[in-house]
Structures are given as C-alpha cells and as structure tokens.
Write a protein that binds this ligand. Structure first.
Ligand SMILES: *[C@@H]1O[C@H](CO)[C@@H](O)[C@H](O)[C@H]1NC(C)=O
Length: 211
C-alpha cells in the first residue's frame, strides 16, 4: 500500500512548475546565502541520484529486483511486512505550504531513508557503496537543515521531532535484499522529488531547460 502511495508521488510532483511564485518566501529564497545552500544541495542530490544504481548493484543480487521496474509495485506487501515506511509528501511552496514546512519534509524524508539504509547495511555483504551514499545523505541533511533554519528566520528552531526509529523485520537473506532494494528505490523517487523541489528554489539559471 505504502509503495503504491510512493509511486503516486511523481504525478503529484508534476505540479512543480519551474519558477512558480513563492509568495511570502520569495525574499528568503532570493537571499544569496540561501541560494548558495540551494546550489550545494542540488549538486549533492544529483550525486546521490547518480550513486543509487551503483549502490543497488553492489548489494542487491536477486535477479527479480531491478531499480525502476514496474514490477516493484508488487512488492508492496513485502514492504509492509518488512516495515518500510513511505516517504513524506513533498509539496510545492505556496500560500498553504510554507517554505519551512516543505523543507522540513525534505529533511524528514532524507532522515527516514538514512535510517532505513543504516538498518539494512549491517546485513549487507558489500557495504562500501551504501556507506558512501549514507555519507552524502548525511551531508545533504545538514544543508537542508541550514535552509530550514534560514527559512524560519533563524528563530530558535524547534528540534524536529526525531523520526520514529525504523525497525525492520529481516528474518532471511531475501528480506535483506528486498529491504535494500526497496529503500534504494524509494530513495531514488524521493530524491527526484527533492531535486525538483530544489530546482524550483534555484534562482541562478532560470533559462535552463527542465529535464
Ligand atoms: C509533509 O508530509 C506529510 C506526510 O506525508 C504531509 O501530510 C504534509 O502535507 C507534508 N507537508 C508539506 C508542506 O509538504
């Protein structure tokens, strides 16, 4: 069920039109320091997206488990048995959704995937690529949290409620493979949404084509 929801997000995200007006947040977004963090976050997100296929190949060997396969929706039941939560929804900054709230969801989703991969990785035979990916995710979380802080005007940031601990049920080797596969696949689609979100906040290359 959760996975179906995750698969539905990209449709939602089609609403992420470039340069959409950002009402009350636009001054903050235009800030030079903020833009610097947007740039760093964009390149980190790109780096993460580029490393996912390699990381997947390094640890998921089951033939049937391919990234970006339409078959993945069929794993929804396994995802819920294993205990993989779905990513938070990422919305467009608008009258109803503040910049800070949107960025908090970005941060939360990244923390979720970091927790997922951290709980799977001790069970992997080949962990190096996942470890490198985890380091990049951690860096990206730091950048996003900087933006959250700027977006709320440096007011004392209430510490985000620490995400509920991820407890995966991984009785067998195949469950480990499925968990790694689903975590990386879900991180890939969430990461694409994050990239769209960051692109909508980037004021440096307005003429650049949407990809
Ligand atoms: C944040 O994620 C939650 C859970 O998916 C969602 O209900 C909420 O609308 C999202 N808020 C924003 C601003 O994206």
């Amino acid at each position: 069920m959760d996975i179906l929801l995750v698969l539905a997000i990209p449709c939602y995200m089609a609403a992420f039109a470039r340069g959409a007006p950002l009402p009350e947040s636009s001054a903050q977004v235009a800030d030079q320091q903020f833009q610097g963090v947007v740039q760093r976050s964009r390149s980190l997100t790109q780096k993460i997206l580029l490393s996912i296929p390699d990381a997947h190949e390094s640890c998921v060997h089951a033939e049937a488990l391919k990234l970006d396969s339409p078959q993945n929706a069929k794993l929804a039941v396994m995802a819920s048995n294993i205990g993989i939560p779905s990513a938070p929804v990422l919305r467009v900054v608008s009258e109803s959704f503040s910049l800070e709230a949107v960025l908090r969801n970005v941060s939360e989703g990244l923390q979720l995937h970091r927790a997922l991969l951290r709980s799977v990785s001790p069970r992997l035979q080949n962990k190096d690529k996942v470890a490198a990916l985890l380091a990049d995710i951690k860096d990206l979380i730091i950048q996003i949290n900087k933006m959250v802080k700027m977006a709320n005007g440096e007011a004392a940031v209430q510490p985000s409620p620490s995400p509920s601990p991820v407890v995966l049920r991984l009785p067998g080797e195949y469950d480990v493979q499925v968990a790694a596969h689903l975590s990386l696949g879900q991180l890939q689609s969430f990461g694409r949404d994050v990239l769209r979100c960051l692109r909508s906040l980037d004021r440096s290359g307005e003429e650049e084509a949407e990809s």
